[in-house]
Ligand binder design. Sequence first.
Ligand code: G3P
Ligand code: CA
Length: 240
Amino acid sequence: MQIFAHRGSSGTRPENTLPAFAEAVRIGVDGIELDVQLTKDQQVIVMHDETVDRTTDGKGAIIDKTLAEIKKLNAGSWFDERYSSTKVPTLKEVVDLLVARNYRGILGIELKTDKEAYPGIEEKVSALMTSQQWPFTYWYSSFNMDTLERIYALEPQTRIDFIMDKADVPPLVFEKTEIQGIHPNIEWVWANAEEIAAFDLAIRPWTVNKKEDVKRCIDCQVTGIFTDFPEMAMDIKRSY
Ligand code: G3P
Ligand code: CA
């Protein structure tokens, strides 16, 4: 079972920041997940929410701020004062870090277009990711099927996975042949536990943070999990 560091090692470092990704590399995870959004000046940054309110000392929507404005924000103190110098990274800064740390796992890029449309984000992300060869594998995911269709048109060779909440119905996904896997809410896995092993698609639920749930996921034979505590999950994977 693959262990993905959800927003980096976000249980032990400020989510979606360079310290969180560096820690995931140190742990030796199978995959790293991050979320991308677009600034007012069309720069691709790594942040989960559509506003900077929760994870920085600023306020307001990302789409109303330039990258220079976002770079002035403190993206670490909300988590722990030790990270007060931590900034919001661009996607380019994250991939540069992964290259510098010789990361050989998977980078899962979630295109966060389910609440804000961010026209052109697929082209911008694809332009960066196809600009050179990387020592790691990357793929795309989104809750937004239109986004997945757009990124598939740009990069049919790159794996795309559909993210589902617990109420979503998988047959809709199966009609889209380009989808290679699903990322369901963990509650969906518990509700369908008996059938998981027979599914044709890879199944990687989110967000699996309890030790007992990591073990249950191994028992259910899911392909992988997203967790905020990848060190804990890697330890269980080695010993269970
Ligand atoms: O890909 C799974 C997971 O990242 C989706 O949820 O809200 O944490 O982006 P969220
Ligand atoms: Ca995500």
